[in-house]
Design a protein around this ligand. Structure first.
Ligand code: PLP
Length: 322
């Protein structure tokens, strides 16, 4: 027998909660479990700007922008621009310079790919991944899956309802050089305790002096204080010249949960590292799932490539009460 040693996996708390919520027939029920836009009736709420993008996409040749494995370059450039800002020092005037970007199976796929890349990079035996708790339930199991050791510190101060910044700084000061810190860019899941601008600045200075690697996970950009403000941490770290990873999701902000649109951006210390890093990502993608689903990323790309659609999208973020 082959499978007789297998036991059931650990329970997924969110999944359990979702099933319980689905079973609850109370008319007063508000399901806040899974991050999907819903309207007043509790139904899926499609953004107006996406409806238009869908119509446009139907009119296009489905193969018009197909790029095997690592994803469509215009989509990736657009995704990088909203994460880093179009005037970021990670770009030169014409092209992305220090960033290796690939399309991923949404934000989860981006984090997984980033961890797999770290596990294959040098110093892998000593590289620890620091995670502030409580946190998104997938980080620790995904570190285990990638063969990376994770370390936990307290992120949330239950007394103030904000970030336990002293604990974060202590973790930074005691971590080994080269350790990875997973930091959520905005709308912290599950505590909503985000870093202030000043705290991002202190974090960056402290992490720089200890040669730590930030892995910034930005799964809710636009849903906190707007596109620009929500990526303050990402943009500040990039401006500080960090070698860093940004994991990006369009599930929540574009209401594209099932389409799995995301990106992983690796900002390299030097231009010469970009090609090998990109190629390692290509290999990981090819060996695991060949290529990411194209549909959602094409919709995101149509919106981000068109300034009037992008403005409409920002307007929807501002006016819709999610
Ligand atoms: C903090 C955080 N990161 C990443 C993700 C991944 O989201 P998705 O794979 O749906 O893009 C989530 C989803 O809940 C999340 O809360």
């Amino acid at each position: 027998m082959v499978f007789d040693t297998l036991e059931v996996g650990p329970a997924d708390v969110m999944y359990g909660l979702k099933i319980a919520a689905d079973k609850d027939k109370s008319p007063l029920k508000v399901d806040l479990g899974v991050g999907v836009y819903r309207n007043e009736l509790g139904d899926y709420n499609e953004m107006g700007v996406l409806k238009k993008a869908k119509d446009e996409l139907y009119a296009l040749n489905p193969d018009h922008d197909y790029e095997v494995t690592t994803g469509n370059s215009r989509y990736l450039a657009n995704a990088a621009k909203i994460a880093f800002g179009s005037h970021s020092s990670v770009f030169d005037k014409e092209r992305r310079e220090k960033v290796a970007s690939v399309q991923t199976i949404s934000g989860t796929g981006a984090v997984h790919l980033a961890l797999m890349l770290l596990a294959r990079s040098s110093k892998k035996n000593s590289r620890q991944v620091y995670i502030g708790t409580p946190t998104w339930g997938n980080y620790i199991p995904m570190c285990n899956l990638a063969g990376l050791e994770s370390k936990q510190y307290t992120h949330y101060d239950t007394l103030t309802g904000g970030v336990d910044f002293e604990s974060v700084i202590k973790a930074i000061r005691t971590a080994d050089e080269g350790s990875v810190f997973i930091l959520q860019g905005c709308c912290h899941n599950p505590t909503a305790a985000d870093f202030s601008r000043e705290q991002w600045q202190t974090l960056a200075a402290e992490m720089k002096s200890r040669h730590l690697l930030p892995l910034l996970d930005i799964a809710y950009q636009g849903l906190g204080n707007g596109i620009e403000e929500d990526s303050y941490g990402v943009r500040h770290f990039a401006q500080m010249g960090f070698e860093m990873i940004v994991c990006q999701s369009f599930s929540k902000n574009f209401g594209l949960y099932g389409e799995r649109a995301g990106a992983c951006h690796v900002v390299c210390a030097s231009e010469t590292h970009v090609q090998p890093v990109h190629d390692q990502l290509r290999c990981l993608i090819r060996w695991e799932f060949s290529s990411s689903p194209a549909y959602g990323s094409r919709l995101v790309d149509l919106v981000l490539s068109d300034s009037s659609k992008q403005a409409e999208c920002n307007q929807e973020f501002r006016t819709t009460n999610y």
